[in-house]
Design a protein around this ligand. Sequence first.
Ligand SMILES: [Zn+2]
Length: 249
Amino acid sequence: MSCVRIPILMYHQIDVAPPKGTPLRGLVVSPGTFSRHMWLMYFLGYQGLSMGALMPYLRGEKQGKVFGITFDDGYQNNFHHALPVLRRLRFSSTCYAVAARVGQSNIWDLDQGIGQVPLMDKAQLQAWIDAGQEVGSHTSHHVDLTACDPQNLVLEVDGSRRLLEAMVRQPGGVQHFCYPYGRLHAASLDRTAQAAYASATTTQRGRVQVPIRGGALTLPRVLVSRSTTWVHLLLKCFTDYEDRRGSQI
Ligand SMILES: [Zn+2]
């Protein structure tokens, strides 16, 4: 039996390019590129799924032509530019929101001189869910969990879940987590397990080997950037291109 690998796509912003030289500009995928990515997968017979809907496939309980779609940080531009495409194709996806920053901006990036972009507010997160999408947690304040003391770990990992669950109505609550900066260590992994998240994604590059072994709390993803053409996307999803790049970003 051949080994099955499922890609989980990792997007950040979906918007027109900020000026050249802007830090992290590469993580802003244009609406046209995003749309081409989604339509390509659709025409190939693949269905894009949220982490919740993808789990039975990752566990090997279901088989099918599926892939995961995730958005980190919860930018408003996901709501404006990605949601219409996802709805049209009947795809679902998971947006990892920063619980204490909902309705604000990416202030955690200020130190690095990264431009401020609005994040979805409470009503938009609810509309996102009501449109068939999912909200996951990306901690309370977008912190590096490896730098947190035990008390802060609880606040960021468990607390963010409670904050989001108090904010939006989502069947089953908030069950999926994403490590900011892809940073995790034994204590943060333990905390994520204690908080009973069903899955947690990293920035480790690669596709998920199915059925998942060793738990679902360190899932690799497929990096999608501004320069990812549809040819690159095919390479990333259907060859070992990403699996060979096990590095963190
Ligand atoms: Zn992030």
